[in-house]
Each structure stands twice: as structure tokens, then as C-alpha cells.
Design a protein. Sequence first.
Length: 286
Amino acid sequence: MVISGNYSIFAPEMSILSRKYPFPLSSHWFRDCILYCIIVFLILYLLQPFGFSMYQGNKILVSLLFGFVTFGCCLVFGQAERPMHKYIKPWRIWHEALAILSMILFIGTCNFLVFAIIFSLPITLSLFLKFLYWTVIIGVFVTVCSVSLSYYRYLRNQLEALLDKTTDQQTDITVTIHDTNVRGNDLQLPINNLLYIEAQKNNVSVCYINNDKTATAELHTTLAAVLDDLQAYQNIFQCHRSFVVNLNNITSAQGNSNGYQLKLGKCPTVVPVSRTYVPKLKSFIA
């Protein structure tokens, strides 16, 4: 990602963390608490980590105890976190990451105290710090995976729904793409029918919808001239040095900060978004 001014190796990461977190606050928090309880129970009972396999008592009951402790922690933390979403707007990725990591630390600390009581371990600072060290490592990994996968899956599958589409407002608008050849014919079409335009040496190839089918037309002009003709329409977006795309017709998008691949309706061509244009594309995301 190119940043004007002095370049920082931390710029891409900071940019990601400062983006709005696109998921609303879950309305199924009680169900989520039960789910976390079951996960902890299954991990302890089936995998028996941290020396749990050496325990001589009833492993099912103890595993259930840790599960219920996790349930209670999630319940308390969730109720404490919910008001923050009202006061902190917009809720950004770093807010969500910090909230998840804090919840993991809270759950881990409570479970540590229970673990120490059950196994009659002395609750010392060194033991707690050792536990905290591994909890942070695991917590950071879980947090990064959880937030990153959720966010990029959302962008990949729902980018088209987030774009500032203006299809309805442009229903009756016709645009003209000029052919600079002496005997060339200008191309007129409804703007909503335009899919993408690709630069090809001294010409451009215009892909559009004609009678519900994909059609192409080659015109003798430059991409810069086309952009100049269509500069009044914000949904006409240059996504690559060789491609201009109509944002209204994007049906799916896959990729990340290094680039996207866009599909437009029934058009077989996948239109690339190069890394240089990714920040501008994301400016269209709500």
C-alpha cells in the first residue's frame, strides 16, 4: 500500500486495524456463551492438555466445571462490553481485537484460579505470569485468526453489497464513449449496461450488456480519454492501469489488501484490482 510522505513498514497493519469492523454486535450472545462453554469442556475432556490427563478424579465433572466458569466469564464480560459499542463509534477492527483478547485473558485468569484450587497449586506470581505468557500467545493467535478471517471473508463475499451503488438513480442515463478514429463510430449505451473497459495498445475494448448478453466493442481511444468522458460518474472506477470497471455491476469480489479479482454478472472475464488501487476501492465501502 503506497502512503504519501514518509513510508512506514507499519502503515499497512495500522491501516487494517483502523478500518471499521463491519459486523454488528451479535444478538445471540447467550448462545455464544454456551458455545464457548462446550468448546472448553470438549478440549479438556477429549484432549486433556496441561497435565489434565494426570487428574485422578472425575474428569467429566471437572471439565464441566471449567466449561461453566468459561460460560460465566463470557456472560459477565459480554454484559460489560456491550455498552462500549454504544459509546465507541465507529467500532474498529482494533477495538474488536482488543475486546476478544481481553475476554480470553479474563476467561484464562478465572480458569487458572479454579485450576490452582483443584490441583492444590500455590498461587504464586511466577506461576501466574507463566500462565499469562502462554495465554497471551494463544490469545493473540486466536484473536488474529478470528478477526482476520471474519473480516476478509466478509469483504470477499459481501463487497458488492457494501459498494455505493447508484444503479437505480442512473436508470435513464446514457453515456457516450468516443472513437477518435476518423471513420470510427462512437459507442452509446445505458451506463448500467457498461461492465468494464480494458486498454489494448492504441485501442480500448468495451464490455457491456446488450439484450441480456455480454458484448464487446473495440474503439480507437485511450483509457485516459474514456475516464475523462465519464468523470462525472463516481461508479466508473479505474481499478488497474489497464481496466476501468462499473462498480454497480460487481457481483462478487475475492482478494485482500494486495489486490482483488472482480466478477461482473455473467461476464466470463475476471477484472483485476491492482494493489495500487485497493485503498481507493475501499473508500467506497461503507
